[in-house]
Design a binder for this molecule. Structure first.
Ligand SMILES: C[S@@+](CC[C@H](N)C(=O)[O-])C[C@H]1O[C@@H](n2cnc3c(N)ncnc32)[C@H](O)[C@@H]1O
Length: 271
């Protein structure tokens, strides 16, 4: 299965619906992490927690450079820059996201350490071995795993950590689902079992795969439903009569994805 051209993926995030995503998820554009203690957490709070879980796994410090591949509107990158003191370059294929992220960095006074580029993570505007660390935070399935990992390997220094969150297919994932997500959200998902070979081919040592499906997937629909309800007023302003249809589409997609995918955090090291 082929991923869509990067410019096609951009239309998804530049659309009004795509631009509303960060509002629902508290400035993040990824899912959340819940457990028994945080069962009451909103989608936004749980998305922020997942960003913290990612940051805990990164070894980087002041003066070092990190690349965020598919950076959304920059919230995870800003959190990482604040927590570690490193410099972050974010790349997104969406022009509207790049503009929003740049404005946020300036508003937060982080523009010296936080830069955002409009472009493709398959052609990173950086020399070989430029970065001390990097991540694909819920983004690699839009890019094509093999090509994206090869390009990440090119720009990372030997020994650098590469972190990913990804949504692995399950033994029960249907062909119908694969066709649906390829057509509607320009995504091609792979299985957890594909990872060792993908990493080895790209020049990474696979350090760990943490399956956190239980902390993500069953929570998605109820928490999304709450978030949509909370933001209903804004939704109606933006989408008018289309609002109910839009809500239905979001819920259908999240339900379908929860049934057909897992969630994992992957740590790798550039050889
Ligand atoms: C689900 S969002 C995740 C955003 C962000 N990482 C976060 O966690 O908030 C997927 C991101 O991947 C980006 N993306 C998809 N294909 C891309 C490509 N070829 N190059 C750069 N960014 C890409 C999208 O623009 C979007 O920002």
């Amino acid at each position: 299965m082929q991923t869509a051209e990067p410019e096609v993926v951009a239309t998804l995030y530049d659309s009004p619906e795509g631009q509303f995503g960060p509002t629902l998820f508290g400035g993040h554009l990824h899912w959340g992490y819940w457990d028994a203690e945080t069962a009451g957490a909103s989608f936004a709070a749980a998305a922020d927690r997942l960003a913290e879980i990612m940051i805990e796994r990164i070894r980087i410090g002041p003066g070092q450079r990190f690349v965020d591949l598919g950076c959304g509107v920059g919230q995870p990158a800003a959190k990482l820059a604040r927590a570690t003191g490193c410099q972050v370059d974010g790349i997104t294929i969406s022009g509207s996201q790049q503009r929003a992220a740049t404005a946020m960095a300036e508003a937060e006074g982080l523009q010296d350490r936080l830069r955002f580029f409009h472009g493709s993570a398959l052609e990173i505007p950086a020399e070989d071995a430029s970065y001390d660390g990097g991540w694909f935070f819920e983004s690699i399935f839009h890019m094509g795993h093999r090509a994206a990992l090869l390009e990440a390997a090119r720009v990372l220094k030997p020994g650098a950590t590469l972190l990913l969150t990804d949504l692995p297919t399950l033994p029960t994932t249907s062909d119908e689902f694969r066709d649906f997500v390829q057509e509607h959200i320009h995504s091609v998902f792979v299985a957890k079992e594909d990872y060792p070979a993908l990493m080895a081919e790209a020049g990474f040592e696979l350090v760990e795969i943490e399956d956190i499906s239980e902390n993500v997937m069953p929570w998605l629909v109820p928490k999304l439903t709450e978030a949509l309800e909370e933001h209903r007023g804004t939704l109606v302003e933006m989408f008018g009569e289309e609002t109910e249809k839009m809500i239905e589409n979001w819920i259908f997609l999240f339900e379908y994805m929860s049934e057909n995918l897992g969630y994992m955090v992957v740590t790798a090291r550039k050889k």
